[in-house]
Design a protein around this ligand. Structure first.
Ligand SMILES: [Zn+2]
Length: 264
């Protein structure tokens, strides 16, 4: 009888544990799902390594994506080699031919706007792929769409005119990552849909204020936004204020800060 009671208690405890376990599971599932995608299997988030300013490495499901690799061979010497490279524009904080030659041979696809492609072709022996604003391509299981990037303020139009540079939306496994490139709060950004992770620039005089960046982010509502490219001629932009404005406007958007300007 005693044994029977002990066994019964053990069984009840076990059922209790299982119940808790499945509660915990369904909590995680609910929080990982967006409202309308109950049957969609969403892939893993990319691991993000900021190198500096606009330069970063995404390790996305084992594919290593370099974005705007500048800073010379040294900036990448301890990093996994690139499987593909995305470049947004021709300026020195986005395109550096020596760095590209140091990190890529002719087996690594380098995707960029035509103006970038022309510069890359001038050094030869690189696998250059031109992608135009609004066009989409597939690479290594990723869908890559070129989003326009340009200035709106009259006094800033000389920095980036529409059509030359590319922002990007990269998509895999139902997950969508937006990289703004150098832009203001253009309608093409404001109308983006279903962005999981966004990298948004905010520096003056070249791109936009933190207020404009926050206002655009509140429009397209990414799940997570990383301020990046925020060093201007007067120092670093007030990214805390950006985070505050986004938080006040929509508490469902998470602002994450990374160290884009390491001191050494
Ligand atoms: Zn820039």
């Amino acid at each position: 009888m005693k044994n029977y009671i002990i066994t019964l208690i053990a069984i009840i405890a076990l059922i209790g544990c299982k119940q808790n376990q499945s509660d915990a599971d369904s909590d995680t599932e609910t929080s990982m799902r967006s409202p309308d995608t109950t049957t969609e299997v969403v892939g893993p988030d990319p691991d993000i390594t900021p190198i500096s300013h606009a330069t970063m490495i995404l390790d996305w499901d084992g594919t290593i994506i370099y974005v705007d690799p500048v800073g010379g061979e040294k900036a990448f010497e301890a990093r996994p080699p690139a499987n593909m490279i995305l470049i947004t524009d021709i300026h020195g904080d986005h395109l550096n031919l020596e760095t590209v030659q140091a990190v890529a041979d002719n087996s690594v696809p380098i995707i960029g706007p035509e103006a970038v492609g022309d510069e890359l072709r001038s050094v030869g022996n690189l696998k250059v792929i031109d992608l135009y604003n609004g066009d989409t391509m597939e690479q290594d299981g990723f869908k890559i769409e070129a989003i326009p990037m340009y200035n709106l303020r009259e006094e800033a139009k000389k920095f980036h005119h529409k059509g030359r540079g590319n922002g990007y939306v990269i998509e895999k496994g139902g997950k969508r990552v937006y990289i703004s490139g150098d832009t203001e709060d253009i309608p093409e950004m404001r109308s983006l849909k279903d962005i999981d992770i966004a990298f948004v620039c905010m520096n003056l005089p070249y791109t936009m204020t933190v207020e404009s960046a926050a206002d655009a982010v509140l429009d397209f509502k990414p799940k997570v936004v990383y301020p990046y490219h925020y060093r201007g001629t007067d120092g670093l932009s007030d990214v805390e204020k950006f985070a505050q404005l986004v938080g006040q406007g929509n508490a469902d958007i998470t602002v994450k800060q990374l160290d884009w300007y390491p001191t050494k």
